[in-house]
Design a protein around this ligand. Structure first.
Ligand SMILES: [Mg+2]
Length: 474
């Protein structure tokens, strides 16, 4: 795997703050140590801390475990000198470096992992977080920019490069402004410390009457199978749930990883259960994939598609040209007419450099007789043949949820996802920084939650229980 390093810029003198920020107490450890531990948790390798002002005291406070330090003797000449020292300390097999400030305590290991993952998937030369359209740090620079980065001067750091490569920059949206906030003043320090203490509170299971839990939520992204119905049976409370969210003006999108059906087919199924939902409110992973592709490729781009009519229809609706020859992208959704010929065509195109995009990662599809190969199994065959890892759009990747947000013109912090699977619905919500609600009417059981790495913000028995929770927040 490509090696991504962390370079933590900790040479500054904190003149405006009045004391070395590196040594500020952060819930029992020096702030810089907290930041280095976050980088280590994110599996960045190596983690290099660039020291300058107060170097000896800061070095002592850091501990020794797992980090390297590099000394910037010219720290007073500006941040760029620390960038140069950090770059010089990198081992030659480094693919990219994430530059961290020592005074952004709410940057999480998850965010660092997401930035690294985005680089691995897209190969973008620069990846950085944004909040409400504003650029933030930490910033990842790919190896091919190291020579230019080593020439920046003064305190501008990599900003000139970000402008120079604006078209190729990739961004990650974060849920709260504070995630990217730095400590400039004593008031910032107190506020961020309080915020951190709040974030550490464990998730709560709401009882009907719990008034605080969802008061920020105005938009819902709702999974269908296991939440609204099971197989061909509507789940209890289905009609009341839609009546309620319409009365209370919640905006909503129904989102499914299934790529094979058309939104109109889901709308027809809901109509059979007595619920009218317009097809525009239904988002399949095939549509999310076509929308994702429309963001990175111009109209009329030739794409080779494997998949059912859901996939073909979505790509055509976005004006892509379905073609085998000279296709620039291979799009793979679940295909019950999959053949060796299709896999061979896709493999050869990917081998020649076509982009490789999967609608959803579900390895198997449940049937009454047991599991049969799902789209993840098709992707695995192509990955085994070509050695290329696909970009996957469906849950648990954040793309489909981001498309749902775009359709509702919603922000992550006013939105909740509702789903029945921890490893897709809930993990996807966590990856997209959206509030997560697990309903226990589908796949996940109560006992599955505690051992899972994907902890929902809230848990509800079923739609009825969820309706009470939403209602009590009014
Ligand atoms: Mg489900």
């Amino acid at each position: 795997m490509e090696k991504i390093a962390a370079i933590i810029l900790a040479a500054g003198a904190s003149t405006r703050f009045g004391e070395p920020k590196q040594l500020l107490d952060w819930h029992g450890v020096p702030l810089l140590r907290h930041v280095t531990e976050t980088a280590l948790q994110a599996d960045l390798d190596p983690v290099i801390v660039v020291l300058g002002s107060h170097a000896e005291a800061v070095r002592q406070a850091l501990g020794t475990h797992g980090i390297q330090t590099a000394m910037n003797w010219r720290w007073e000449a500006g941040m760029s000198t620390s960038v140069q020292v950090g770059l010089a300390a990198l081992p030659p097999d480094t693919s990219a470096a994430l530059f961290l400030q020592c005074d952004q305590p709410l940057v999480t290991a998850d965010l660092l992992r997401t930035l690294a993952k985005r680089f691995r998937k897209t190969g973008a030369p620069i990846v950085h977080p944004v909040y409400a359209g504003r650029r933030g740090t930490p910033t990842l620079f790919a190896r091919r920019l190291f020579p230019e980065l080593a020439e920046v001067s003064g305190d501008r750091g990599g900003r000139d490069l970000i402008s120079r490569y604006a078209k190729e920059v990739t961004t990650i949206e974060v849920a709260h402004a504070d995630v990217l906030s730095d400590i400039d003043t004593r008031a910032d320090y107190e506020r961020l410390k309080q915020r951190c203490a709040d974030d550490r509170k464990p998730p709560s299971e709401p009882e009907p009457g719990d008034a605080m839990a969802l008061d920020h939520v105005r938009h819902l992204i709702v999974d269908m199978d296991g939440v609204l119905w099971r197989g061909d049976e509507p789940l209890p409370g289905l009609g009341d749930f839609f009546t309620f969210i319409r009365q209370k003006d919640f905006n909503f999108i129904l989102a499914t990883n299934n790529s094979s059906h058309l939104p109109t087919q889901y709308a027809a199924k809901l109509a059979r259960f007595g619920v009218e939902v317009s097809p525009e409110r239904i988002l399949t992973s095939a549509q999310a994939t076509a929308a994702y592709l429309a963001d990175i490729a111009p109209p009329r781009t030739r794409v080779y598609a494997i998949g059912g009519e859901g996939v073909l229809h979505a790509l055509e609706a976005h004006n892509f040209e379905l073609a085998e020859e000279n296709a620039a992208y291979v799009i793979v959704g679940w295909d019950r007419q999959l053949t060796w010929k299709k896999l061979s065509t896709a493999s050869l195109l990917i081998h020649r450099g076509a982009g490789f995009v999967g609608t959803n990662p579900d390895k198997s599809y449940p049937t009454e007789q047991g599991p049969v190969p799902g789209n993840g199994a098709q992707l695995a065959a192509l990955e085994a043949t070509t050695g290329v890892t696909p970009i996957v759009v469906g849950k648990p990747e954040p793309w489909m949820y981001r498309e749902a947000l775009r359709r509702m013109q919603a922000r992550p912090e006013t939105t909740a996802v509702i789903g029945d699977r921890l490893e897709t619905d809930i993990a996807g919500g966590i990856n997209a920084d959206i509030t997560t609600i697990l309903v226990l009417s589908g796949i996940a059981r109560r006992a599955d939650v505690a051992p899972s790495p994907y902890q929902p913000d809230l848990m509800c028995e079923d739609l009825d229980h969820l309706l009470h929770v939403l209602a009590n927040d009014e």
